[in-house]
Design a protein. Structure first.
Length: 240
């Protein structure tokens, strides 16, 4: 059944701070949201979840935050910066190993990254990029973190990691399944078992300082509609 368009009498411009891995999906969802909510415009800041968290803590005029990990959202919640009862988990993802499409290394597992032929491995900077945090947990649980550390090339977002593999600046990289799917310049060669890293969930919340909280709530609500879910699924996300 088609949902009736929500009537928003007020006009509002929202700033959505979202994890870099969400960019393609949210850019496709945005026109659907704006046509269903006339008068509301959504602008986006896509980056790693850690820097976005810091910007919100420093008073950036963000209305909605979507993180690629609970850690950053927890930090904002502990500081009382989230609008009560607006936080929910919306998406899940998988961690994968990618290599350049032209790679001749024949990698089929994360364990093979210890091979001497693998010189440079791109991962997100673990303190600020959730994909890097998950990658570090994975390597630790596989017992190969110390062996691999000298090979790491750190990216400041998961899209930055993807780019370094696409360009051949890294022999391999650890990104989300959704990142691997949008690129024809890399191939996915392994998927991490879910039990070897923290659950990859994407929480969303309205920021307490938002001056457009009704419009922001409408945005959060729209991301749970069937129309939005079908786009997220197309890009390889799981629905939480």
């Amino acid at each position: 059944m088609a949902m009736p368009a929500q009537s928003q009498s007020q006009s509002a411009t929202l700033l959505i701070a979202a994890a870099a891995s969400l960019q393609n999906a949210l850019e496709e969802i945005d026109p659907l949201f704006e046509s269903a909510n006339s008068g509301i415009t959504a602008n986006y800041n896509f980056a790693a979840s850690g820097p976005l968290q810091q910007q919100i803590e420093q008073g950036a005029p963000v209305d909605v935050f979507i993180s690629a990990a609970t850690k950053q959202m927890d930090a904002l919640q502990e500081k009382g910066l989230l609008l009560k009862e607006t936080r929910r988990n919306i998406l899940t993802n998988r961690l994968v190993l990618v290599v350049p499409s032209s790679s001749s290394l024949g990698l089929t597992s994360f364990q093979q990254l210890t091979n001497p032929q693998v010189k440079r491995i791109s991962i997100g900077e673990p303190r600020s990029v959730p994909a890097g945090q998950y990658a570090e947990e994975l390597f630790k649980n596989l017992g190969i973190l110390e062996q691999l550390q000298p090979k790491f090339v750190y990216g400041n977002s998961v899209r930055n990691v993807l780019g370094s593999v696409e360009s051949g600046n890294a022999d391999a990289g650890v990104v989300y399944r959704t990142d691997a799917l949008i690129s024809d310049q890399v191939k996915q060669v392994a998927t991490a078992p879910d039990n070897l890293h923290s659950p990859i969930v994407y929480p969303i919340a309205v920021i307490d300082a938002s001056r457009n909280d009704n419009a922001a709530k409408a945005y959060v609500q729209f991301l749970t509609t069937d129309a939005a879910k079908s786009i997220f699924t197309k890009y390889g996300f799981g629905i939480a």
